[in-house]
Ligand binder design. Sequence first.
Ligand code: VG1
Ligand code: CO
Length: 581
Amino acid sequence: FKVTLVSTSPIDGQKPGTSGLRKKVKVFKQPNYLENFVQATFNALTPEKVKGATLVVSGDGRYYSKDAVQIIIKMAAANGVRRVWVGKNTLMSTPAVSAVIRERSGADGSKATGAFILTASHNPGGPTEDFGIKYNMENGGPAPESITDKIYENTKTIKEYPIAEDLPNVDISAIGVTSFEGPEGKFDVEVFDSADDYVKLMKSIFDFESIRKLLSSPKFTFCYDALHGVAGAYAHRIFVEELGAQESALLNCVPKEDFGGGHPDPNLTYAKELVARMGLGKSDTGDEPPEFGAAADGDADRNMILGKRFFVTPSDSVAIIAANAIEAIPYFSSGLKGVARSMPTSAALDVVAKSLNLKFFEVPTGWKFFGNLMDAGMCSVCGEESFGTGSDHIREKDGIWAVLAWMSILAHKNKETIDGDTKLVTVEDIVRQHWATYGRHYYTRYDYENVDAGKAKELMEHLVKLQSSIPEVNKIVKGIRSDVANVSSADEFEYKDPVDGSISKHQGIRYLFEDGSRLVFRLSGTGSEGATIRLYIEQYEKDASKIGRESQEALSPLVDIALKLSKMEEFTGRSAPTVIT
Ligand code: VG1
Ligand code: CO
């Protein structure tokens, strides 16, 4: 192939957000839009990560992935990359990409040093919906802010990019290696099935035999909903072939370019079919629900965990996994190096860390901050309130891992009950037992999607301004409800990375109450239109007689305060949030 130098000019708005660049497909299809971003990324890397390097390019298979992968292959070839590894049909979950970077060796011993992940995660897909791209580093984790800042700077000055225009499109539906000869030597594209590497990794972490035994018991029933995301490419292999689940346990497990027209976000609002099957919500089907249910998002790094007619909050989930990991999961049998959560995630994990005497970290939203801690051997298990849970087996959150972690805990707790005639210890039993031991963190998140960006900014500025006088804040709070604790402090969350000393400012506005309750306000960094305001509300209850309340009811005084303090309706014109999780 030949290399052509194409001249281009900067395009506005290519700043990577919480997890890469996400825009409508029609934006990505503009001339040079994808190319500029890819070249800006190549130019942000050190030369040895490009010239002669091995790169992974794949994603959740959403609409436009097949075109994008061919463009990136041609640009990689022209930039002197030696090899590109592609998942069959461009499919590779975000956790599988992380695993492939860390674990996989090519036939000639080659190792990947980075990846372009093609996904907009939980955002809908299709010609009128979202596409996205992000770069992951040699450790398998998302590029840190120092790199994403550099990428953004490069997009503002880009003048040209090289591309191998005459390179034929590679057949990405067929496994195998295609070799080309370029001006700087050989260039290979290898298509493979990443499920092999991923399954191998999962088997090295969990006791598959004990999970298999659990799944084979008539007492235990299970359902997994991939919401037509890429998790479907792994679910059959792991749950059915390896662990012996019934085929009928899998819902929406065929990956689709448009996620079947749905919103591939595993929460009580969007995972409708699963929610109905689990006997939750209004749409109860009347059949006896399974004992355990779970769902994934588009790129399979998120998870929702459900019991029979029971929802597990993600903040509780990570705390429960941490509390049981050493006993229930072989990978952790020698102990946990530490645990971490993102700032808006509830403090349920903090209580476990304290009680088990574990190192604990609170980081800004987004998985990239956990990676440094893990690389330094300071953190084993971490999670976010946004249905993200994971461990240091890779450097991304991992939806299927979380399901296997819960199955391991269930298998462990049911060692005695599985064969005998005693009752199964259920998901709900495990959660209620956890609350009884550690106390309960009532938790909810309100999302206001696609709000006018200017108004959202004004609301945030109003909340920051209020923080200058705590007595004034308390006067307002008491005027709204007299039955809540005093606000003890308020600030904007700022994080100093304990490993590299880098500082991240303006990571969310916090109001902290004397009894441990919190209100947090943030602007989303993953949307593709307007602004999304996230409001996180949390209240800690230690009194065992008060841990069984309905969550929205328990939190209603704080919700009231949050909405009035922020003047939510005044600024946004919205009387109710788009989604409550
Ligand atoms: C959201 C979540 C955050 C998560 C991020 C990426 O970000 O709040 O916790 O890490 O999505 O998840 P934001 O900036 O919109 O709040 V994924 O599964 O979309 O890659
Ligand atoms: Co995701």
